[in-house]
Design a protein around this ligand. Structure first.
Ligand SMILES: NC(=O)c1ccc[n+]([C@@H]2O[C@H](COP(=O)([O-])OP(=O)(O)OC[C@H]3O[C@@H](n4cnc5c(N)ncnc54)[C@H](OP(=O)(O)O)[C@@H]3O)[C@@H](O)[C@H]2O)c1
Length: 277
């Protein structure tokens, strides 16, 4: 069953095959939804300093009474933090917010600040990456990675630090699969995490996807999540509703090669834009 499956990062750390998202969840919703998610079997929680809900995510983890080493927790260094000191400071604040002694995964949230998408921050990214590598070697983080990084952004930090990210968390859903970047990461042994697997809800009415979902006697959200798994990415669906949280984990079916091809050909231009998260 998918909820018990893991994917191995290149340093040997196991990451659960599906994660649970918390972006845009209010602190109260984050607490309830993470608790429900853990109750129904998710073991991988995705948050970020800028989501403003780390404290409640941490409280839910604690209140779940599940052993710490059975839960994979990811947070992110804010996109606008581009110094070594800033990263160290935010990392310890994140740990304190979550009430944890270590993180399973820590990511650079984006290669540029959200209000200046595309800005070349190579020097800043390298400084932040050096801080993360140091925290990793100290055993405070089990795996480190990046998010929203292009191939060029990744090569810039690897070229100057000789340390490859274990993960790249990118916007990935049917109709927006960043094929070249995904292929590059997977060829390099960098696990691709699929954020917004439902296009933040914008795929839920898609008629083309619905047709195929009906064929499998399943729903659009489940088909979207399963599609990410078929592509060897790690989907991070988010919901604040108990029934949806549970349903999104019930994706133990296979999509045929032919139907994957049909899904691959779906392209909605309106969903191409990059955005804040
Ligand atoms: N690294 C980054 O820059 C970045 C950017 C974006 C996202 N992320 C991560 O990826 C996670 C997921 O992405 P996302 O938050 O954009 O959204 P998403 O998972 O693509 O979609 C969530 C939306 O779909 C709805 N939904 C979820 N399951 C449903 C179901 N079974 N039936 C009907 N509606 C359903 C949710 O509504 P309800 O909540 O009301 O149920 C919500 O409106 C985030 O929470 C975050 O952890 C990371």
């Amino acid at each position: 069953m998918i909820k018990n499956e893991n994917i191995k990062l290149y340093n040997g750390v196991s990451m659960p095959r599906i994660g649970f998202g918390t972006w845009q969840s209010s602190p109260e919703d984050a607490y309830k939804s993470v608790l429900w998610a853990l109750e129904c079997g998710y073991r991988h929680i995705d948050t970020a300093y800028v989501y403003g809900n780390e404290k409640e995510v941490g409280r839910a983890i604690k209140d779940s009474r599940i052993r710490r080493d059975e839960i994979f927790v990811c947070s992110k260094c804010p996109a606008n933090v581009k110094t070594y000191e800033g990263c160290i400071e935010h990392f310890f604040e994140t740990l304190k917010n979550l009430g944890l002694e270590y993180l399973d995964l820590y990511l650079i949230h984006a290669p540029w600040p959200w209000d200046n998408i595309g800005l070349d921050c190579t020097k800043g990214n390298v400084d932040v990456w050096r801080a993360m590598v140091e925290l990793y070697h100290k055993g405070l983080i089990r795996a480190i990675g990046v998010s929203n990084f292009s191939e060029r952004d990744i090569e810039a930090i690897v070229g100057l630090t000789d340390f490859k990210p274990m993960v790249n968390q990118i916007r990935y859903f049917i109709g927006n699969t960043q094929e070249r970047l995904t292929r590059y990461c997977q060829n390099e042994g960098i696990v691709v995490e699929a954020y917004s697997p439902l296009a933040t809800g914008k795929l839920l009415e898609n008629e083309d996807i619905k047709r195929i979902a009906l064929k499998y006697n399943t729903t659009i959200p489940k088909l979207c999540i399963r599609y990410c798994i078929e592509k060897n990415t790690v989907p991070l669906p988010k919901s604040v509703h108990k029934d949806r949280i549970e349903a999104n984990l019930d994706v133990d079916f296979k999509i045929s090669e032919d139907d994957l091809k049909v899904l691959d050909s779906i392209h909605d231009m309106s969903l191409d834009r990059p955005y804040r998260s």
